[in-house]
Structures are given as C-alpha cells and as structure tokens.
Design a binder for this molecule. Structure first.
Ligand code: SAM
Length: 727
C-alpha cells in the first residue's frame, strides 16, 4: 500500500468527494463541465470504481470545476483553514454551520463492508497497543497506519490497478490517434480548419485537444525527429499555450507565465494537478492534545485517516469522514485545525523556539500563528498582525479555540514595522500573493490574475520583506531569522522578491530552510540570474508532492541594516515619507543643542561626545522600552557600545556576500520585464534605490551619526570660544 510521505505525494485516492453546489460561473467552468461529460462517456467503457462509501469515484484527476472561489480579496489567496473548509468537497469538513445540516453528512454512505476494520471490541485493546506515550516512535506510526488503513489496502490496490489500466488505455488511444497522422504527430491544423472557434468546443474537440497537447509535448521533447517541416519550437510552444488555455480555461497571460516554469511535460502535469483538490489535512494542536489521541478519537467517530508522513509529527491526512470535520467536538475543543500540508512548511522552516519574541506579519486567519504558538509551547510572545480587520476576527477566533495564550493580535499594515515594534527573534512573512499555487482551491485565479497584479503584488512583497528584515534583532541569541513564504509559484513573487531583499539588505543571507523536501529555487529564469544562494529556497508543486504550490525562503540577519538603506515605508510611498528609522531622527531633533548654545558665554567647558552619546543612548532606550518597541536590541547595544567582535565577523561575512552579489557577472537582473506597467514598477524600484534616507532598522542598532556630527561641530565651536575666554 502506498504510504504517504516524502517524496511520495499525498494520497487522496480514498477521499470521497462530495461537491457542494457550485454557483454558476465563468466560461471556464462551462468548459470544464463539458470535459466532465466527456469523461463520463468514457467511463461507460471503463470499469467503474466504487468509493469507500459506496459512491462512484473517478479513477483519474477529474476534469471538473474546482470549488467555487472563496476569496473576495483578489490579492489574498491563502485563507488557510477557511479556504480549506470551502475547498474540501468530498470529506465532510463543514464547520459550525454544518452542525444542523443532516444532509451534509447524511448522504455520505457509511461503509458497511471492509472499509472500517475495527470492531468496537477490538478498539480499546488496539488503542492501548497503538498509542504508547512516545508519539514519535516509528512503529507507532506504522501501527496507526495499520489500524486505520488495513481495511483500505485491498481497495487501494484495486484502484491502482484500475488506474494503471486506464492510463495504459489512454496512452494507447493517444498513440493510435498520433499514428493515424504517421510518425510525426500532426499538431497544426490544416488551413481550412483554422479559425474554428475554440470557445465552442465539443467533447470530441476536447479529446482532440488533449491528444494534441500530448503530441506537442512529444515533438518538443524530440524536436529534431518529430517536428513538422517549417515549424519552429516557438510555433509548437505557442500552440501548446493556446491548447492549455482552451482545455483548462486559463487566460493566455497566466498560461504563458506558468508554462515558462517547467519543461513541457512537467507543465502539463502541473496544469492537470490543478484540476483536482489536494488532500484534506488537519494539524494536531499540540497545545491541547497528541496526534495519537486525536487520531484515535476521530477514528472512533468514523474518520479514516493516516499520518501525513514522517516529515510532520502533527499532520493527519483525512481519507474519508462521516462527520463534519469543522464541527466535531475535537474541532470545537481546539484539538486540531484544518490546514493544507504545505502551510506547515513555512512554520517548520521558521522553527520558533520557546521564550522567543516572534512576529507573524500577515497572520490571518491564523493557521501559521497557532502553529508557531504551539511550537513555542505557549511561552515567549507571538505578535500576530494582519492589515485586514475582518480577517483578524477569524485569527482571534482560531487563537482562542486553539488555546494560544502567548499571542497578541494587532492590526497594522506590516509596512509600518519595525516602527510599531522591532527587535524580534524571528519574523514570518507569509505574504499576500496571487495564489497561483492554489488554483485547485480557487479556479477563478485562472482568469482573474492580470499582468498588473503580477507587478503590484511583487512590489508590495518587496516592501514587506524589507520591513520583515528590519524588524528582526540581528543579535538575537537564539534567532535572527526571517521566513518568507507565498502560496504562489511565480518567480516574480518568489525568487525575485528574495533577490530584491538580498540587494537591498546586505545584512541578510539566505540559509537552508531545514525542510526535508521541496525543489530548489531558481537561480536563473528567463534571462535573469539570481544569487547562487537562492538555490536554498524551496518550491512546492501540486504535481510533485500533491501539496499546494508554495514557496519558502529563510534568511538570517547577520548585522544591522546599513544606515543608508531605504526602509519599507519609504519604499512603499516611493520614498516620499521618512523611513521606519524614525526614532533615530527623533533623537536628532531632541538633542538640547539650542539650550547649550544660549549658554555659550557661560563657563561652559566644552562637549564630551562620549559622555553625551551615553545619555542619548539611554534616552533612546528608555523611550523604546516605554513604548515596548524594542526592549532587547537596545539593551544589548547599550551594553556593548563599542560593538563587537561578535558582530565583526557577520559584518565581514555580509560584506563578502554583498561583494559576491555585486560582481558584474553575477549581478541579477530583477524586474526585467519590458511591459509599460513593468517599467512603472521598475521606475518605482529605481526611486527606492536612489533614496538614501536614513536607515530603518536602527533605533538601537547604531547610535545616531547625525547627532554626534552636529554635536561635534558645536562642541568644537564651544571649545574655541572657551579657549578665547580663558586667554
Ligand atoms: C497568505 S494570507 C496569510 C495567511 C496566514 N499566514 C495563515 O497562515 O493563516 C496573507 C494575509 O496578508 C494580509 N495582508 C495583506 N496586506 C498586508 C499588509 N500590508 N500588512 C499586513 N498584512 C497584510 C491579508 O489580510 C492576508 O490575511
């Protein structure tokens, strides 16, 4: 039996899908419906599978409309638990609202035969045997699997056999069609066929389209031998893009963008994977329970589940449920949260430690915040921020339900950090994104993401990542890390944002995420070259791991942000407002220079820069502590005003890094698009570059240079005058 884990993809073959009533929607859905019809015609000739609940189940990724779009905010796709609930059509996941809906669970037939193996008598014994106190032992996992899945094994094997037979049949069918046209696949239409409207495709057309897609891929893989005369690679590639738009219902813009990410066959697999929902996964809330206990409770309720793999100790994959997963007593008691498997990854990469101070910059609805709180065992402090007040309500709800007691919710634009607060040990930026990794959850993404979105969003993400970096205490004893993640697969929102951060903040470097699977981030893409360390970022795809498309990057802050670095706020407003390092400037304004000038004729004996710096620093520290903005870094800085051997090394390191980054042959070309909107964004970025406003990170990290300069000048004048007086 195929067990889920790395690198094997999640197994969702047992999930009984029960579609909710989808609202009538876009032409995309119309097309998909037709494909469904096609499939059902096909299924007459092929063995029909029976799902665990006695329902008919498709053997292949279903060409069927994805769940109705759930996100109202175009720019924000990862709704975590909420999206999960919306998107889980088969398993009964409905929340409180489903409690009263008998039909929601009622029409899921109970499996009466071999599906659920444990008799009531056997369970207690089995429970004792299965769930020893040491949850992490491998054999426990095996036993869990055995206990829960044993009865499903035969069915899985049968299903696999059927799937293989179907795949073989399909291959033969495709080959037959191909062979009709001879050895070389005939991809391009005859002249008389050209111009046939592809918006009005019948079932046969769809079948032909699919065949043509296969053929085009074959040609692109063996161009020399299979290409038609007079046709270029570009011709084939463009044909493939058009066919993808017609077959799956993407806008040309997005199909083109996604196609560029992969070799042709992999691209096909990616588009295919976007047609089926990802497995339903729940995360055990270790603040309230253990996975083994939760699993047993849910098994007792008739839920079929399995640990999601060795890479997570808290995830359970749900195969089938006869109870609404969003309304079980365990759910209401906060023993678990519905959370896509890929959403575990950024928090695992962040690896928050007990007693740390952690910021989750874009936290709603709180899937990751609550995971962070659990890993910290409710110690230290988690600041869960979100700019959207309405979404923050869901965040608060989850924090309460899951029993997070170390968490404070705030409602700022994350661009305002670190002005609001700084000096964090770790910061998670799970950024608002286009959601191209979660198309299976929200099919509207196929058509509603425009070129403008993929300019605006990266622009915001770039400013947010600067704010994230500047909010971290580089001298944190336990941390100093920033994790950047998105549920998008576009390079513009991922590697390019990371590269931007490396360019603007030579005081950070990429480090390994610590995640045991995932594909390496791109170091080259469409003529752009990124820093070699971008390889350490991780990409996740639905077709590769059967998880949502995701991106995770982990930075280590190794030194204070340089004084001339532009801050996120200034960047966000095109450099018009003061950067986030406001406190430094405030100190400049507050120095009592004028008063002292008035006393110039007195017996003033001159300025003592060193002593003044001490007072200024103390005042700064007090102010920051009073506001709770940066309690730790300031103190640390104060203790070692001559900073530091400790810092010297990282600083040197970072210089070396930045030198490496800036060597001409390695210089990355970021934002290299030529479109007018891209130019605008480029201009905006250039503005940010040009702006040499004081640093943002600063507060505690560097004493104000402006102050001491002014003071030195004045001190010099005063000394001269005093000398003259003495004479
Ligand atoms: C991908 S979702 C976050 C999901 C969340 N991390 C979780 O795991 O449940 C992105 C979030 O960013 C928030 N957001 C958008 N712009 C923001 C900004 N400027 N500052 C802070 N949050 C922002 C959105 O309201 C949205 O909740």
């Amino acid at each position: 039996m195929r067990k889920q884990g790395i690198p094997e993809p999640l197994d969702e073959s047992l999930v009984t899908r029960k579609r909710k009533d989808a609202p009538a929607a876009a032409p995309v859905e119309e097309k998909k419906r037709r494909r469904t019809e096609k499939k059902s015609v096909k299924s007459v000739e092929k063995p029909v599978k029976k799902a665990a609940g006695g329902k008919k189940e498709r053997s292949k990724p279903v060409k069927k409309a994805a769940p109705p779009p759930s996100a109202s905010d175009d720019d924000i796709e990862d709704d975590e638990e909420m999206d999960e609930v919306d998107g889980m059509d088969g398993v009964n996941v409905t929340g409180l609202d489903a409690l009263g809906s008998a039909s929601e669970s009622g029409d899921l037939d109970a499996d009466e035969d071999d599906d659920f193996m444990d008799s009531e008598d056997e369970r207690p014994n089995r429970k004792a045997a299965m769930w020893s106190d040491d949850e992490d032992e491998d054999d426990i996992e095996e036993k869990l699997t055995a206990a829960n899945i044993e009865g499903l094994t035969r069915k899985l094997d049968m299903q696999r056999a059927i799937e293989e037979a179907e795949a073989q049949a399909e291959l033969e069918e495709a080959q037959m069609q191909t062979n009709i046209a001879g050895d070389k696949p005939k991809v391009f239409e005859d002249e008389e066929d050209e111009g046939r409207p592809i918006t009005n495709l019948g079932n046969q057309d769809l079948q032909l389209l699919r065949t043509r897609l296969n053929d085009t891929i074959r040609v692109l893989e063996d161009f020399k031998n299979l290409a038609e005369e007079g046709r270029s690679r570009v011709d084939y590639r463009n044909q493939m893009m058009k066919d993808i738009c017609a077959y799956y219902g993407y806008s040309e813009f997005l199909a083109d963008k996604l196609l560029n990410l992969f070799p042709p066959r992999e691209a096909f697999a990616f588009f295919e994977a976007n047609e089926t929902p990802r497995p339903i996964v729940i995360r055990t809330n270790t603040l309230r329970t253990h996975r083994r206990e939760l699993a047993q409770s849910l098994i007792n309720r008739g839920v079929q589940l399995e640990p999601i793999g060795k890479w997570s100790k808290v995830g359970l994959q749900i195969f089938e449920s006869q109870v609404p997963l969003g309304a079980t007593p365990e759910y209401l008691a906060g023993h678990y949260i519905l959370q896509a498997a890929s959403s575990f990854l950024p928090v695992m990469a962040l690896a928050p430690q007990e007693n740390e101070r952690v910021l989750d910059m874009a936290a709603a609805p709180g899937g990751k915040t609550t995971h962070i709180a659990a890993l910290m065992k409710n110690t230290g402090c988690v600041f869960a921020n979100d700019a959207n007040k309405d979404r923050a309500k869901g965040l608060i709800g989850n924090i309460h339900r899951l029993g997070c007691k170390n968490t404070i919710v705030c409602n700022y634009s994350a661009l305002e950090f670190p002005k609001v607060m700084g000096g964090f040990d770790r910061v998670l930026l799970d950024a608002p994104c286009s959601g191209t990794g979660v198309i299976a959850k929200d099919a509207s993404i196929k058509t509603n993401k425009t070129e403008a979105d993929l300019i605006k969003l990266p622009h915001l993400q770039k400013q947010l990542i600067l704010a994230a970096i500047d909010s971290v205490d580089h001298a944190s004893k336990t941390g100093g890390y920033i994790v950047y993640s998105t549920c998008s697969v576009t390079v513009e929102e991922n590697e390019q944002v990371v590269q931007y951060a490396l360019n603007k903040r030579p005081n950070v470097k990429l480090v390994e995420t610590g995640l045991t699977f995932g594909k390496e981030g791109f170091t080259r893409y469409m003529g752009k070259i990124f820093h070699p360390s971008v390889k350490m970022t991780r990409r996740y795809y639905p077709h590769a791991y059967n998880v949502d498309g995701f991106f995770v990057a982990k930075f280590k802050k190794i030194a204070p942000t340089p004084p001339n670095a532009v801050g996120a706020q200034a960047a966000a407003t095109g450099g018009k407002t003061a950067p986030a390092a406001q406190p430094e400037e405030e100190v400049v304004d507050k120095t009592p220079i004028v008063d002292d000038e008035e006393k110039e004729d007195s017996d003033f004996g001159g300025w003592d820069d060193e002593e003044d710096a001490k007072y200024i620093e103390r005042a700064q520290r007090k102010e920051l502590r009073r506001k709770g903005k940066n309690p730790k870094a300031v103190l640390r800085k104060a203790k070692s005003s001559a900073v530091p051997k400790e810092q010297e090394t990282p600083e040197k390191e970072s210089k070396a890094e930045s030198k490496e980054k800036n060597t001409p042959e390695k210089a990355p070309k970021v934002n290299g698009t030529a479109a007018p909107e891209a130019k605008k964004a480029k201009k905006a970025d250039a503005k940010l570059d040009a702006k040499t406003a004081p640093k943002t990170n600063g507060v505690s990290e560097k004493p104000s240079q402006k102050v001491s300069k002014k003071e030195r000048r004045k001190s010099g004048d005063a000394k001269e005058k005093t000398k003259a007086k003495v004479k």
